[in-house]
Design a protein around this ligand. Structure first.
Ligand code: ATP
Length: 595
């Protein structure tokens, strides 16, 4: 997606609409900055002109005194002292207000932007994350979103206030001397031209820099989430080098952008110098020919600084806007990303499924070239226990991912209780599943909260009951803080078997009608496996269960076995005869499939 600068700005203002009152406050405060700064020398001026000198005090001071009040030197000193304190008070109050206002508005804008993006990232399909990785999304949420604050508060607010000051100063200049006003304005067209060229160039380069930086961060994220493997293979130095190579590219990108910026500021500086030179050239000839006095020339030159100041601020900020806009465009690109797994317009609500599942000629492609599942058809009844077996890469996990609607079939349809699963409300549909994976995923919180993940309002009694059912209660009570023990990042403070028991307790408490067990015991030792199988046996009671396993012993308890090979359903084994199953298992192990 490529949006124009105008549409990006428009969209950003719409985004910031709830905070327009605060943003207006910031603009007003920025306007007040100049008058407040002008007040600062006032006390000194009064002391010199009215205390040491003999000029009358300005009206806004005499207003507060009786009409015939005689101002002594001491009283004027006191007035100056009071003015210093009063102006300092105003200045400091102003500073505090603008600081709080900037921070409050900026942080709210960023927080909301982050929230929106985080929501979107969670809702995007697995296929999107498989394709793009997660590091870039993290970079966009963490870093790119803060550009909304920089853009609105750091760039656009000064641009707007400078524009108004500039127009005001140009009008004043025209009333003083229209010829000089025209000379002043003559530098504006080349400045606009230069700004346009550099912003165009910067936009492209900033985009690359953000991508490079995100790439460098993806190395950090990848390594930190796989630190055990990196250490085990002694690859710390190799990974540091990989990071350095990516960070180096990002740094070179930054340098390129800095060069363009420096060149731009150099040219802008030279344009100002040319403008001043023109002033001096024409001024000197006008003074010599008597068309203007030396005093007038000095005054318009003083005004020149007042015009070039805001002009300089505008051009610099316009240049910086590009960096913010690039980040904001990256945020919108992600926000506009279409969800591949969509909900229909009027979805069917599903309280609790019976668990009757049917595949009708289902096929699936991860990418256009290779088909992963072909023409899969089968039907299972409520409470069936379905073993899914097949060689590695046969498509077992993919089949499960289609049932849970992490992906949609490329062709064919999946029915649950006789209705195409695409027609169900997605959140209702996902509530129907309890999932236990080979590598249990725990969150860095307490054991109790991990168990109650699918039922956040669960009572302590429910949590303990689920833990007992999962054969987890005994080990939990031996932990230092019992159910309040923190499990560490991804549950790393616990053993594999303990993590697995917690994930089974989690499935118990959710009490979902369909159960997915994806090789839940394959990474455990025999003793732990036996305890976990016992808990799982309890869990499977009365639920339609899909059990993926390479361990053929585990298939014994299944009523139906789906045998997948190379994405095709080789056979459906109805397990009502243990002899047949034994033959099939032997045959599977030796590579011969009995049909
Ligand atoms: N996200 C993905 N993008 C592209 N191809 C994928 C993706 N996930 C899996 N595949 C491919 O799809 C095929 C089936 O993978 P799947 O994980 O379903 O197999 P599996 O039977 O579960 O294997 P295993 O027993 O080893 O876990 C494999 O060839 C795999 O390389």
């Amino acid at each position: 997606m490529k949006e124009s600068t105008f549409s990006l700005l428009k969209r950003t203002f719409v985004q910031a609409r709830p905070y327009w009152a605060y943003i207006a406050g910031i603009f007003i405060c920025n306007f007040l900055a100049s008058p407040i700064a002008l007040l600062k020398p006032l006390a000194l001026k009064i002391l010199i002109d009215n205390g040491f000198g003999s000029r009358p005090l300005p009206g806004f001071i005499t207003y507060f005194f009786p009409v015939n009040y005689e101002f002594s030197f001491t009283s004027i000193v006191w007035i100056s002292v009071a003015l210093v304190l009063l102006i300092a008070l105003i200045d400091n109050i102003y500073t505090v207000i603008i600081w709080i206002l900037n921070t409050y508005t900026g942080e709210k804008l960023v927080r909301n932007f982050k929230y929106l993006l985080f929501n979107q990232v969670q809702r995007l399909s697995l296929a999107f994350h498989d394709r793009n990785g997660t590091a870039d999304s993290v970079y966009r949420i963490q870093y790119d979103t803060s550009a909304i604050r920089t853009l609105i508060i750091g760039n656009l607010s000064p641009i707007l206030t400078s524009c108004i000051t500039l127009v005001g100063m140009i009008v004043i200049m025209f009333t003083i001397n229209s010829r000089f006003a025209l000379i002043t304005c003559s530098i504006i067209p080349p400045m606009i031209f230069l700004t346009r060229i550099s912003t165009k160039k910067l936009k492209k380069d900033w985009k690359k820099v953000k991508e490079y930086e995100s790439n460098a961060m993806s190395v950090v994220q990848e390594v930190l989430t796989s630190l055990r493997v990196v250490k085990a293979f002694g690859q710390e130095e190799g990974e540091s080098n990989r990071f350095m190579a990516k960070a180096d590219i990002a740094m070179k990108g930054q340098l390129k952008v800095a060069w363009i910026g420096a060149l731009f500021y150099f040219c802008i500086g030279m344009i100002y110098a040319a403008g001043t030179a023109l002033f001096i050239y024409f001024g000197a000839s006008y003074v010599r020919s008597g068309e203007m006095t030396l005093g007038e020339l000095t005054m318009v030159i003083a005004y020149l600084g007042q015009i070039y100041g805001p002009l300089d601020k505008i051009s610099r900020n316009l240049n910086e806007v590009q960096s913010s806009l690039t980040s904001i465009e990256r945020v919108y690109t992600l926000l506009d990303e279409q969800r591949e797994v969509k909900e229909t317009a009027n979805p069917v609500h599903l309280a609790r499924t019976k668990g009757v599942i049917e595949f009708q000629n289902v096929g699936f492609y991860y990418n256009k070239e290779v088909s992963t599942l072909n023409n899969i058809s089968f039907k299972v009844q409520s409470g069936d226990r379905i073993g899914v077996m097949g060689s590695t890469g046969a498509g077992k996990s993919t089949l499960i991912n289609l049932i849970t609607r992490f992906y949609d079939p490329t062709y064919g349809q999946i029915l649950v209780d006789g209705i195409n699963i695409k027609n169900y409300k997605l959140s209702d549909y996902r509530q129907q599943f309890g999932i236990v994976l080979q590598e249990p995923v725990l969150f860095s919180t307490t054991i109790a909260e991990n168990i109650a993940y699918g039922l956040p309002n669960a009572s302590t009694e429910e949590i303990i009951a689920a833990a007992k059912m999962a054969n987890a209660h005994d080990f939990i009570t031996k932990c230092s803080d019992g159910y309040n023990t923190l499990v560490g990042e991804r549950g790393m403070n616990l053993s594999g078997g303990e993590r697995q028991r917690i994930s089974i307790a989690r499935a118990f408490i959710k009490n979902a009608p369909i159960l997915i067990l994806d090789e839940p015991t394959s990474s455990l030792d025999v003793k732990t496996e036996a305890q976990i199988m016992e808990a799982m046996e309890r869990l499977m009671q009365g639920r339609t269960t899909f059990l993926i396993t390479h361990r053929l012993d585990t298939l014994n308890s299944c009523s139906i076995i789906l045998h997948l090979e190379k994405g095709s359903l080789e056979e459906i084994i109805i397990n009502n005869n243990s002899d047949t199953l034994a033959k099939k298992k032997t045959s599977f192990l030796s590579g011969n499939i009995i049909r």
